[in-house]
Ligand binder design. Structure first.
Ligand SMILES: Nc1ncnc2c1ncn2[C@@H]1O[C@H](COP(=O)(O)OP(=O)(O)OP(=O)(O)O)[C@@H](O)[C@H]1O
Ligand SMILES: [Mg+2]
Length: 227
């Protein structure tokens, strides 16, 4: 579905994504792993065209519809959750008679009330849930989720990981950024480990890892824990 070849991004004099290549098959849940500042969000933003790449190629199947949940969601503070989704539905030109029902369903899916609470009074977890609902709007084929469980409470995180599993069963392709490696092991098929913009390793659930957990592999690739 998506192939990235020798992706490169330079900020100032610093190369933050360096000749990164990977491909994602239809129906896979694919993990982008790496420490803070490794280049995961930058890679996602290049795929989405939100930031210009300084080299490489991104090849995507024709007509792939993308949904995106950003790492730091921002919505107009004076709207409530339904109004935000309604605004995004308008942008997607989803007819009003269809969007009302879809919005109610999506709010319920992510565990938000259909109430009048304004975004400015949302907690971090509520914002994250709304961002997920926004990403699901219009039934995209490819979901790009940048730390969708950051800030969620314990049950919220479990629900969102279960939801990602259900979306996979429904045939969606998903790119997932997360630091919670147990969640990645549970829901992802494959992934790459990035360090300082470079590909440090790959992980495939189907492969034999000789009893090593993803955390073991991660620490090995990253080169040990920081002091
Ligand atoms: N707009 C920008 N201008 C300059 N440097 C940037 C910009 N955005 C990101 N960077 C730098 O690019 C590098 C990669 O950042 P990125 O946000 O992609 O990391 P990340 O892997 O998503 O980290 P995290 O796990 O903390 O979200 C960092 O060194 C960061 O400081
Ligand atoms: Mg990030």
């Amino acid at each position: 579905m998506l192939e990235c070849k020798n992706l490169k991004k330079i900020y100032g004099k610093k190369c933050v994504v360096n000749n990164l290549s990977f491909s994602i098959n239809n129906g896979e849940v694919f993990a982008l792993l790496g420490s803070n500042g490794a280049g995961k969000t930058t890679t996602i933003k290049m795929i989405l065209g939100l930031t210009k790449k300084d080299g490489g190629e991104i090849i995507m199947h024709d007509g792939v519809k993308i949904g995106y949940s950003p790492d730091t969601p921002y919505f107009p503070p004076f709207l409530n959750g339904s109004e935000v989704l309604s605004y995004y539905a308008d942008i997607q030109k989803i007819p009003k008679k269809e969007s009302g029902e879809e919005i109610a369903k999506l709010l319920n899916t992510v565990g938000l009330e259909e109430d009048k609470t304004k975004i400015k009074n949302y907690s971090k977890g509520m914002l994250q849930r709304l961002a997920f609902a926004q990403a699901l709007l219009g039934s995209p084929d490819l979901l790009i989720l940048d730390e969708p469980t950051a800030g969620l409470d314990v049950m919220g995180r479990i629900e969102i990981i279960k939801l990602i599993g259900r979306l996979k069963e429904a045939g969606k392709t998903i790119i997932l950024n997360s630091h919670i490696l147990s969640d990645i092991e549970q829901v992802c098929d494959r992934g790459i480990i990035i360090g300082n913009g470079n590909l440090l390793g790959t992980w495939d659930k189907k492969e034999e890892h000789y009893g090593k957990s993803l955390q073991d592999i991660f620490i090995e690739r990253i080169g040990g824990m920081r002091e």
